[in-house]
Design a protein around this ligand. Structure first.
Ligand code: GLU
Length: 607
């Protein structure tokens, strides 16, 4: 089914179809035999989807669009240095078929003019001309994702008439750029120009370059990533004959055109564009090809120098919003301390793709603040991709913070930075977390250990100290304690599972438990972590439903459990006790809800 993108491309196609300016190339007789009005525009995405319009399956000869491909193969065969000794990478500003070399270096100025292209063709490895051409044909086929073949008529037509190119070949031989038979090099070049492609093929070839050298449909590699960069650079400065400057300003994409009427353009990392329309302008570029690329670049905002927004980030103090701590149950001393020193820990939330520039601003801000900071949470859950340099910068930031005694908690559930969650970041002073709450809690604990002089809450409490029971009279407490089961659970065990029947009210006396849900992706998501003084299990019991989550013991845990039948009997046997319990549960639920709402409060540059 057509989608909005077909519509956008269709508009450009319709606009350019009206343009009948330009002339067919006729210096190769066979090129003048094509339908001058034939027109196609294809866009291939870097995941291999092709939007087609017009005559997408009409075959034409690749001509000069072969030049970057052969240059890439020569680089792969001979290495950057050996090729650079023969061919420069400077725009020439001269017509493509100029019989000239750079007067200073005595080398062809670049591989996109014929002199450079014939030199590149002479560098393809192989035992004999047939094998060399076969390697080249296979290489082009990997870009296209199908077996391409030679158009014999066009090849013979050019071989009969290509005296100028032969002259270039002999010039190259006389300057020592070609060491073997110049006619063999020129013949190889004629053959490469006569390989037949469709507009669809060209778009996939462009998408292969956009996809760092891997064909997005077949997943076969056509060119090594480091060579893709080199080839695209040369296409950017020299790809559109002597109109390269105009092209870069107006279209802004590495591209190559051919006198057969094809244009191939690449938006690195995103898409490949191809146009076929054989009427050419005075530079030898397809008239509609140039116009279509210009329109697409403008309408789809494809200019590769278009200033995009790098990763964004937001920061807030860890104890903003009046010091809502990470877990509802912090004792008064903890709360007071966090109120005072909470600003010594900050949360940085990074969004988007982490490239150099976005990471630089975040790292600069964190470093500027680090004199006052003792703990930093870097939350990269909303980051899509981390570039190599960004990963390195965050690792270095970690070392810097560590030297200053500042802890780093990284929230990276998908391991984008390559650490395993819950493991120490290599080097002391840091830790990786699956969720923000746990990271905040860890940073709060760091601050509290350093600054809280008051009584910290004990890691375990007695039943009498449990807040749910604090409002009970001595008599009620005794009546309540009587029916309880005290249970210990080992670290790692599951206490209840999603779908289990209500099993009573669980009062946590020691240790930590987490309630978790398994997502449709199979990953386990933590919903909340509960600590001594908190309860769970009351919701399914009160609403007579099953457990919606799994509950696991994060550490060794001690629980007091009030079974459902006992809770039910209290209505008749001890209504006052039941009301007191329900009040306690309601208060606890509201406290948790309050904390949850605070944590959702507006984010951004607060505090
Ligand atoms: N085979 C053609 C030539 O060398 C290719 C020219 C081109 O496409 O720019 O004349």
């Amino acid at each position: 089914m057509r989608n909005v993108v077909d519509g956008l491309i269709g508009e450009v196609f319709a606009l350019c179809r009206e343009n009948r300016a330009g002339e067919l190339a006729d210096y190769i007789p066979e090129l003048a035999a094509v339908d001058p009005d034939s027109f196609s525009l294809c866009i291939a995405t870097s995941d291999g989807y092709v939007y087609e319009s017009g005559d997408a399956d009409t075959t034409f000869t690749i001509q000069s669009i072969s030049k970057p491909l052969t240059y890439g193969l020569a680089l792969a065969d001979r290495g950057l240095t050996a090729v650079a000794e023969k061919i420069d990478v400077e725009p020439s500003g001269e017509p493509f078929n100029e019989i000239s070399l750079d007067p200073v270096t005595e080398r062809p100025r670049n591989p996109m003019i014929n002199a450079g292209a014939i030199a590149a063709a002479s560098l393809i490895s192989g035992d004999d001309p047939a094998q060399r051409f076969e390697r080249l044909r296979r290489c082009y086929s990997r870009y296209a994702g199908r077996e391409l073949t030679l158009d014999d008529a066009v090849y013979r037509s050019e071989a009969r008439t290509g005296h100028r190119n032969r002259a270039i070949g002999h010039m190259l031989r006389s300057f020592g750029i070609i060491s073997g038979d110049p006619d063999a090099a020129v013949d190889m070049y004629f053959r490469q120009c006569a390989i037949g492609v469709t507009c669809r093929d060209l778009s996939l070839m462009a998408a292969t370059l956009a996809n760092n050298g891997v064909n997005p449909v077949t997943h076969q590699r056509a060119l090594a990533p480091e060579l893709v960069e080199r080839v695209l650079s040369v296409m950017t400065t020299c790809g559109m004959y002597d109109a390269a400057g105009d092209w870069v300003t107006q279209v802004g994409l590495p591209a190559k055109s051919g006198v057969g009427g094809g244009v191939l353009a690449v938006l690195p990392g995103q898409i490949g564009i191809a146009v076929y329309s054989p009427r050419l302008d005075a530079h030898g570029n397809s008239v509609r090809g140039v116009q279509a690329c210009r329109e697409l670049s403008k309408r789809l905002e494809l200019h590769s120098l278009n200033v995009t927004r790098p990763a964004r980030w937001a920061t807030r103090p860890i104890a903003a919003f009046g010091g809502a701590p990470s877990r509802p149950r912090r004792g008064p001393a903890d709360r007071d301390s966090l109120e005072k020193v909470g600003r010594r820990a900050r949360i940085y939330e990074l969004h988007g793709d982490l490239l150099f520039a976005g990471t630089e601003t975040a790292v600069r801000e964190i470093t500027d603040q680090s004199g006052e900071l003792e703990a930093v949470v870097v939350d990269i859950r909303r980051v899509d991709d981390v570039s190599g340099i960004a990963g390195r910068m965050l690792a270095d930031l970690h070392d810097d913070l560590d030297r200053q005694g500042c802890q780093l908690a990284l929230v990276d559930p998908e391991g984008l930075l390559g650490h395993t969650t819950s493991e120490l970041v290599p080097a002391a002073g840091g830790r990786v977390f699956v969720d923000l709450d746990a990271a905040i809690e860890w940073c709060e604990d760091t601050l509290l250990e350093r600054h809280c002089a008051g009584d910290r809450l004990p890691e375990s409490i007695t039943l009498a100290e449990h807040p749910l029971l604090s409002a009970l009279t001595a008599e009620q407490f005794d009546g309540f304690a009587h029916g309880l089961e005290i249970r210990t659970v080992n670290r790692g065990e599951t206490i209840v599972r999603r779908g289990d029947r209500a099993a009573g009210i669980f009062l946590i006396l020691a240790g930590r438990v987490s309630s978790t849900l398994q997502g449709s992706d199979g990953a386990v998501h933590r919903i909340t972590t509960l600590a001594p003084g908190m309860t769970f299990g009351e919701m399914p019991m009160l609403v007579d439903d099953r457990f919606l989550n799994d509950v696991h013991a994060d550490s060794d845990v001690r629980l007091a459990v009030l079974p459902p039948d006992r809770f039910a009997r209290l209505t008749a046997e001890a209504p006052g006790l039941k009301v007191a319990l329900l009040e306690g549960l309601a208060a606890g639920a509201y406290a948790q809800m309050e904390a949850a709402i605070r944590s959702l409060a507006p984010r951004g540059r607060l505090g």
